[in-house]
Ligand binder design. Structure first.
Ligand code: NDP
Length: 481
């Protein structure tokens, strides 16, 4: 059993109290590593190390900070295969997805913000009365980055890269459920020679280590991605201390298919949007709204594609559906199947725990599931399931589709499918979502603002938005006339 360490002040260390938590492999259901069960003391040590490093790091020219990020990106790229295997083992995701999405995106995050560091500029505003304003943007100091289990290294780097690029020092708390690649990344930081304390990684439980980080008086901002309930808890603790907060939370995203869509890509991309990473992506489209005249044809083609998805050992390069991340999560998703049945839903395919052979016999697998005949307002269609479960809902008019799409407490993402350009613009403008894809899904440009409305969060990540979040703006007004 491998013991992982915290990374504090440039060194790999155990938790101060010496406790451990088990790390499981979802495909087998077996514990295979241990992580430090960190407490407030470990967070205090990490914040102290970050504070110590801050004067030097914030004074380092942006282009130099960028070079450090480029160096880390090169090491992640060198270790792509090793990191993809580790991510797949730790989270249950297909290794093909880790190879093609998670790890390359971690590299891209580091490179993007390495370049952005030297391109970031601030505004100036001239006044007709004879004065000029300019904006100074300085790093905040020590910031906290808390990331979830579904895209572990991808979302970890999505937060730490802009924070470091902007000149902050970071204490990061990855999900205790998928700690492995953040640990391997801390080893790469040591190999790169990153100055001690610039980045610190503390493993452990959210309510213990996470809360200590959120409440620490010297942590100036919290960038959090995770569930809406956790986001509420974090906001209630951080707001009274006037910390900057970026909250990327849950979703219940609609995929809207109009009868005038290009049929083939709309079916295949709707399947990808629904079942990528077993539906464990915040951007997955889990409510598929289909115009009634196309409904039967779309449903039959969609279900046939879902039934053809190859489920198997996540470490097999041909696998398309891996394991769910944990036993409690699997039970939660299965609980929603029972709820859907009680609510009158018809299961078109899936609906059960999947039983695999060999080394995966005790793994946490679930059949990809499609349900119909549920009203838009029922709990199954309102609550985030975050698993391989989607519902199909027919609609009659554009207005009804928009009403259904907007009719949940969430507002993270939406995708819509139509060959009518006017309709695409009209509907996109009315959707209550932070990200709207037209005739595509999860086509990501790292420069665009990323985040949700309503209970899907507040604040935006990506591009300049991230660098603005991780800096404090101060206005200087000079009168010259
Ligand atoms: P959680 O909210 O359970 O956890 C996210 C992170 O917060 C973990 O590191 C967790 O640690 C930590 N945490 C838990 N409780 C606290 C606390 N009280 N104080 C501080 N930190 C805490 O989310 P999941 O990991 O279950 O991730 C799934 C959720 O993330 C889904 O709802 C999904 O929609 C959302 N998500 C949103 C995205 C977006 O961009 N909007 C992107 C990806 C996911 P630990 O694991 O130890 O509990």
């Amino acid at each position: 059993m491998k013991n992982l360490s915290n990374y504090i002040g440039g060194k790999l260390v155990s938790s101060a109290a010496g406790g451990w938590l088990e790390d499981f492999e979802p495909a087998t259901g077996q514990a295979y590593a241990r992580i430090p069960d960190s407490h407030k003391t470990d967070i205090d040590n990490a914040v102290a190390a970050a504070q110590h490093a801050f004067p030097g790091w914030s004074a380092t020219p942006a282009a130099e900070r960028g070079k450090w990020l480029h160096k880390l990106a090169a090491l992640v790229e060198r270790d792509l295969e090793n990191l993809a295997r580790a991510e797949s083992l730790d989270s249950g995701k297909p290794i093909a997805l880790a190879r093609s999405l998670d790890i390359p995106r971690a590299v891209a995050n580091l490179r993007f913000f390495a370049a952005a560091a030297s391109q970031f500029a601030s505004e100036s505003h001239a006044m007709e009365s004879g004065a000029i304003n300019y904006t100074l943007r300085s790093p905040l100091g020590v910031v906290g980055c808390i990331s979830p289990w579904n895209l572990p290294l991808y979302l970890f780097t999505w937060k730490i890269a802009p924070a470091l690029a902007a000149g902050n020092c970071v204490v990061a708390k990855p999900s205790e459920i998928t700690p492995m690649t953040a640990f391997l990344f801390s080893e790469l930081c040591i190999e790169a020679g990153l100055p001690a304390g610039v980045l610190n990684v503390v493993h452990g439980l959210g309510p213990k280590a996470g809360t200590a980080l959120v409440e620490h008086a010297d942590v100036k901002a919290i960038s959090f991605t995770g569930g809406t309930n956790t986001g509420t808890d974090i906001a209630s603790r951080a707001a009274p201390k006037f910390k900057k907060l970026s909250l990327e939370l849950g979703g219940k995203n609609p995929t809207i298919v109009f009868a005038d869509c290009d049929f083939e890509p709309s079916v295949s991309e709707s399947v990808r949007a629904a079942f990528s990473n077993q539906g464990e992506i915040c951007l997955c489209g889990s409510r598929i709204l289909v115009e009634r005249s196309l409904y039967t044809r779309f449903r039959d083609a969609f279900v046939a594609r879902v039934q053809a998805l190859r489920q198997g050992d996540p470490l097999d390069g041909r696998t398309e559906q891996g394991a769910l991340v944990s036993e409690p999560h699997l039970q939660k998703v299965l609980g929603y199947i029972e709820l859907a049945k009680k609510e009158g839903g018809t299961i078109l395919c899936g609906g059960r725990r999947a039983q695999l052979d060999g080394r995966c016999a005790n793994g946490w697998f679930m059949e990809p599931t499609v349900i119909e005949n549920l009203p838009p307002g029922c709990r199954t269609n309102q609550e985030e399931i975050f698993g391989p479960v989607v519902t199909l809902i027919p609609f009659d008019t554009e207005e009804q589709a928009i009403g259904y799409a907007n009719g949940t407490p969430y507002g993270l993402a939406a995708s819509l499918w139509s060959e009518n350009t006017s309709r695409c613009h009209r509907v996109a403008a009315k959707l209550e979502a932070g990200l709207i894809w037209v005739n595509c899904w999860m086509l990501r440009d790292l420069r665009v603002p990323m985040g949700g409305v309503k209970q899907s969060g507040s604040g935006r990540e990506g591009g300049w938005e991230a660098l603005r979040f991780f800096t404090e703006a101060r206005n200087v007004c000079i009168k010259y006339a």
